[in-house]
Design a protein around this ligand. Structure first.
Ligand SMILES: Nc1ncnc2c1ncn2[C@@H]1O[C@H](COP(=O)(O)OP(=O)(O)OP(=O)(O)O)[C@@H](O)[C@H]1O
Ligand SMILES: [Mg+2]
Length: 244
């Protein structure tokens, strides 16, 4: 069997003495688009941070392309767009991309070319020389997405890439994800938008109250994802559904 792009086994995580993730098991196939759903506070961002080595699991293991140690070689294959991109406000969009590109071994002329390609892809050609503090929310989201692909990653993690975007921006993100996928890039994204999962993803999982409650291929769905989702949440909620 091919090595999964991501494999998570028996993952538990505590934050501030409270258990945030309970025995998460997930396997993401290389080259697929995977949508990670849903309610606020369910544990999506925390799971992503553990996969990326930004926070440590309390137990269990995570491997990216079979590597449990997140070596530099593996890190070079990863792109990441956080939920709230930290941005250097006094850089322009173009400078910000160059700054991020410098973390990788990309020759200067190749990097320059890549920056122009990305600015175009995320629709920021004409805002490329504007300082980031002058960017709108959606423009920041776009440049955040751009920096996630500066190293031509084999796997890209996007934490709610559509949030804050207008319909044109959402279409741009969708097209970009499909393009990445067509080139064999694995895309792992957190989202609340079920229709995007149905139209873009090969596979999805639902995390609810810190437990994984569903994990399947989109093509196996026998009903609209919304209906499926609501059923799963009802089946797996003890007492009132509350966000804590
Ligand atoms: N640094 C922290 N310290 C303590 N608790 C935290 C911390 N970060 C997150 N949590 C808690 O962990 C749980 C999961 O949060 P997480 O950010 O992973 O959710 P999420 O699924 O990404 O939600 P959203 O859809 O709102 O982005 C929440 O109950 C949250 O309150
Ligand atoms: Mg989140």
């Amino acid at each position: 069997m091919d090595t999964p792009a991501v494999s998570i086994e028996n993952l538990d995580k505590y934050l501030d003495g409270k258990q945030i993730l309970f025995d998460i098991n997930l396997s993401i196939r290389a080259g697929e688009a995977f949508g990670f759903l849903w309610p606020n506070g369910a544990g999506k961002t925390t799971t992503m941070k553990v996969i990326l080595g930004l926070i440590r699991p309390d137990s269990g293991s995570v491997k990216i392309f079979g590597d449990p140690s997140l070596s530099n070689k593996t890190k070079e294959k990863i792109g990441f767009m956080p939920e709230n991109t930290y941005l250097y406000k006094y850089l322009t969009g173009r400078e910000f991309l160059r700054f991020n590109g410098k973390f990788f071994q990309i020759p200067d002329d190749e990097l320059d070319e890549k920056i122009e390609e990305i600015l175009h892809k995320v629709g920021l050609d004409s805002a490329a020389d504007k300082l980031l503090w002058k960017y709108s929310k959606g423009m920041l989201q776009r440049i955040g997405l751009g920096q996630a692909i500066i190293n031509t990653p084999s796997i890209v993690f996007l934490d709610e890439p559509m949030s804050g975007l207008d319909p044109i921006g959402r279409k741009m993100v969708k097209d970009l994800i499909l393009e990445l996928k067509s080139k064999g890039t694995t895309v792992f994204f957190n989202t609340h938008i079920l229709s995007d999962v149905e139209s873009i993803c090969d596979a999805f999982a639902i995390i609810h109250q810190w437990h994984l409650v569903a994990n399947d291929l989109v093509k196996n769905l026998q009903k609209p994802l919304e209906e499926y989702f609501i059923e799963k949440i009802h089946e797996n909620t003890e007492g009132e559904f509350e966000i804590v």
